[in-house]
Unconditional design. Structure first.
Length: 192
């Protein structure tokens, strides 16, 4: 009985951690956007692209904003597919009347010529709610070029979503290579 209970708790913690990691994706390139309900969807990629300014997508999910109602009388969702720099595609779902605030990669991507540690982007959050903490991580870089930081709401200077377990995702350059690290809330970030 005790063993099965322990296994159950471990399973829940592992699932929570995996879900948090998958939700940690922020940044990337908009691949496609569809709006609708079930099989009744309309391609709204161009309409959504029009709301991307300075690599940030900010918009409200409404029929009026998207200029279409593919499922009249039904509650709809906006499905946004994002391709990350490693080629993986992640789909975000936003219910009708939601407000979207997603940070995407710059159009030309990221480039850095040096070999030392350079923080490109850092996000803290989960379940679709993230805070851009790039400057916090950059400020944490020590004179020896390393970063050591406990990941929590205090060090990240806020809690983007109190209802979920959060992760920190850092995209960085080191020794001429682009790399990524994902650290769970209450874990430790150590770079490089």
């Amino acid at each position: 009985m005790k063993k099965s209970m322990v296994r159950g708790v471990i399973g829940v913690v592992a699932c929570t951690f995996l879900l948090a990691i998958s939700a940690a994706a922020q940044g990337g390139e908009l691949v496609k956007a569809e709006y609708g309900d079930g099989a009744r969807r309309a391609d709204v990629t161009q309409q959504v692209r029009a709301f991307i300014h300075d690599s940030v997508l900010r918009m409200d999910v409404t029929n009026g904003v998207l200029h279409v109602d593919p499922a009249y009388g039904h509650i709809k969702e906006l499905f946004i597919a994002i391709r990350h720099w490693d080629g993986q595609i992640e789909e975000f779902r936003f219910p009708e009347n939601a407000h979207i605030n997603l940070v995407l990669d710059p159009e030309g991507g990221y480039r850095f010529e040096g070999r030392e540690l350079h923080i490109m982007r850092a996000f803290y959050g989960g379940a679709g709610h993230f805070a851009d903490v790039t400057e916090i991580i950059r400020e944490s870089k020590r004179p020896d070029g390393k970063v050591f930081l406990e990941v929590n709401n205090t060090t990240m200077r806020g809690d983007p979503d109190p209802a979920v377990h959060k992760v920190l995702r850092v995209l960085f350059w080191f020794e001429g290579q682009r790399r990524q690290v994902v650290v769970p809330e209450h874990g430790e970030l150590r770079l490089p």
